[in-house]
Write a protein that binds this ligand. Sequence first.
Ligand SMILES: Cc1ncc(COP(=O)(O)O)c(C=O)c1O
Length: 298
Amino acid sequence: MAEIVYLNGRLVPHFEAKLSPFDHGFLYGYGLFETMRAYNGRIFRLDSHITRLRCSAESIGLTHSVLTTDEGKQTLKAACMGTLEANELKDARIRLTVSAGEGDMTPDTGTCPSPTVLITARNLVPLPPEKYETGFKAAVSFLRRNSQSPLSRLKSTCYMDNILARTAARAAGYDEAIFLNEQGYLAEGSTTNVFLVSRGELITPCFESGVLPGITRDAVLQMARTSNIKATERWVQLNELVEAEEAFLTNSILELMPLVSVEGRTIGTGKRGKLTGDLLFAYRKLVDEALELDRRKP
Ligand SMILES: Cc1ncc(COP(=O)(O)O)c(C=O)c1O
């Protein structure tokens, strides 16, 4: 069966989807995306993903009605679900990409009258349960996150730093690359947010450090606060991570992945920590509950 993609209002086989050679997403990386996870045919936190995309779009001047109106929001949500269903997928990775669209050959977004909206979905096979016991090993990238750049807080299609850092880390045998910011403070992973546990307190770098406001990061902070676990967002030093009792990485696909070493230095016991395990369990319960509520909606 041909993969079906959503492109600018239509569901089409992927080989019929044509993007303009003058698309500013392609020419200049002027675009945003969301990566979402579907469980049993439902997309977890779909609304939050669309809201983040629309806030980010507004902040970079993408103001087409599909990105600003309530009707546009419903269109995007229905399009994500439609792409999932058209591909007959249950457990999937869904990517929603919005670029400035077709425009002039010069980098002037004013010449792009309407955005390109593309949605793709593929079957997702999660990492094996053992990986959630043994965890990820991370390298510290030589590239720095610029805490002053809006790019640090957007899920933008300018993903070059992330790709270079991730590729170098993987080539050296690590699972993930971690960015410090230009001031040397901990920022985030190439595709993840970072948490550490110190004296029983959950700590994650604050937005000002130059991190994406992760949907999973937000869910973890909410869960911690409702469970009376002290959770703090602040500037974090790299040595605090290395000396932490436990640590983990978050994103929508991985959920919570234990982080067991940085640059070969073991964190805690070198295995999944107790709080990490508890929070992973609670996160999966949260997913189940949210999807059950969604299923019951008329
Ligand atoms: C750079 C970066 N930070 C953090 C995240 C985690 O974001 P979320 O939890 O919304 O998936 C991602 C997601 O891919 C990312 O690319």
